[in-house]
Design a protein around this ligand. Structure first.
Ligand code: SAM
Length: 170
């Protein structure tokens, strides 16, 4: 929401790993052309039902984030809330290629991922360090910022500790 309010969302925008689509629906509600993709057909069914029920147009598709080229579309912005940190090291390499293949030159990729300061006592996905983020996007990208942020979460009283990264495709 803060990125949208700051005018950082160029269109069209793709929410990769959108789950049931709340972020894409929010952006579409603000007037942006939005797409959402997820590997889970169940999540996309729910996202489509929300889109229809709320009367907010979003293009939702079942798709693999590691093969975004199959969408046959390119985007000015890609947002990722909670997907990157689920990938293994080899998948990260494929993911960055995949996102780079659908993002316009100069376009922005915004990523929210659990950070290394988030306690490990509850399990959850991989934690990500700033250094890993910068190393992953070393070639063909500029990491503009990696800022402390919070995940809204049902298991944290005050949110989960995250990095919000802003990365631009060269
Ligand atoms: C933690 S959830 C985040 C959902 C949503 N972005 C949010 O912020 O609530 C991660 C999502 O990534 C999806 N996902 C995992 N691997 C994927 C892949 N290879 N391609 C597309 N989606 C994937 C999962 O199905 C899940 O919906």
């Amino acid at each position: 929401m803060r990125l949208e309010q700051a005018g950082r969302i160029g269109v069209p925008v793709l929410d990769v790993g959108c789950g049931t689509g709340e972020n894409a629906l929010y952006l579409a509600q603000q007037g942006h052309e939005a797409w959402g993709v997820d590997a889970s057909s169940r999540a996309i069914r729910k996202a489509k039902a929300k889109s229809k029920g709320r009367g907010i147009p979003v293009t939702f598709r079942v798709a693999d984030a590691l093969n975004l080229g199959r969408l046959g579309r390119t985007f000015e912005t890609v947002i990722d809330s909670g997907l990157f940190h689920t990938f293994s090291d080899p998948e990260r390499v494929r993911f960055v290629d995949s996102v780079g293949g659908v993002l316009h030159r100069g376009g922005s990729y915004f990523m929210l991922a659990f950070c290394d300061q988030e306690p490990a006592d509850w399990g959850g996905p991989r934690r990500v360090t700033q250094e890993e983020i910068r190393a992953t996007f070393r070639e063909g990208w500029t990491v503009e910022s990696v800022q402390p942020a919070k995940f809204a979460s049902k298991i944290h009283r005050d949110g989960g500790l995250a990095w919000l990264s802003t990365v631009t495709r060269l």
